[in-house]
Ligand binder design. Sequence first.
Ligand code: ATR
Length: 272
Amino acid sequence: MDKYVVFGNPIAQSKSPLIHTLFARQTAQAMTYTAELAPVDGFKVAAENFFAANGRGCNITAPFKEDAYQYASQLTERAKLAGAVNTLKKLDDGIILGDNTDGEGLVQDLLQNQVELSGRRILLIGAGGAARGVILPLLAQQPDKLVITNRTLEKAEKLADLFSAYGNIQAVGLSELEQPEFDVIINSTSAGLSGQLPNISEKLINSAVTCYDMVYGSELTAFNQWARDLGAGKTLDGLGMLVGQAAESFMLWRGIRPGAKQVKNELRRLLQ
Ligand code: ATR
C-alpha cells in the first residue's frame, strides 16, 4: 500500500489524515495517510527515514515548511517563490520534488464559491509566510491588481518587489486604504489567533465585497464577523483552503483530482 504522511509539531490537531482518507475512499486509491510528530530540530531525519522506508509523499505543516524547502532536491516555481514547501513527492528517479499547494488551494476555494478573480481588484492583508505562499497563484488568475498591505509596511514592500515580474502587484500602507476599491479582501494575518483584527478601514467593506479569512474555526472568525457586521456581500473562511491545498497535493501524488466540496462539508459538520 502506498504510504503518505503529514509532518508537523504539534500534529495532533491536523485534519490532513481525515481529508486524505476521504479523498482516497472517494477516488478508490489504495494508500495510507498518517500524521507524524517530528522533533522541532528533526525534520530532515524524519523525512529521510520516511522516504527510505518507501514513503511516496508527504505534507508539511508548521514549523517545517522552510525545512522542507531546504530538503527538497527539486522545487516547483510556485514553491521557489513561496520560499516554503507543504508537499513533497518522491519521483520515479528518486528525486524529491518540493511543491507548495497552499495558494492554489485558496484560489480553487474562491473559484468554487463563485468568487471571480480575473480582472478583479484584490487586497491581501498581511506579509508573512501565509501571504507569500498565495501571491503567485493569485497573480496567475490575472486580477486587475493585487494590493498587499501590512502592519509593518516594509514587509509588504519586499513581497511586492519579489513578485513584481509576475503581475500587477503593489504595496500600500494600511492607513492609506480609505476607498471601497476592492472586490476581494483576503486576511492572511495571524491577528485573529489572538482575538485581534488587522487595522483596516471600515470604508473598504460593502455588499459588493467578498472577505476571505485564511483561518477557520467552529465559530465565525473575528475578521469575518467584523466584515459581516459591516455588510460584506460574502464571507468565507480557510477551511476550504485547507481542503483545497490537500486536493492539489493529492492530485500531484495520484494524478486524480478529488472532489473538495463533499469533504469540506463533512469537515464543517465535524467542526460543529
Ligand atoms: P504566517 O506564517 O501565519 O503568515 P508570520 O510569518 O509570523 O505568520 O506573519 C504574521 C502576519 O500577521 C504578519 O503580516 C503580521 O504583521 P507584521 O508583519 O506587522 O508583524 C500579521 N499580524 C500578526 N498579528 C497582527 C495584528 N495584531 N494586527 C495586524 N497584523 C498582525
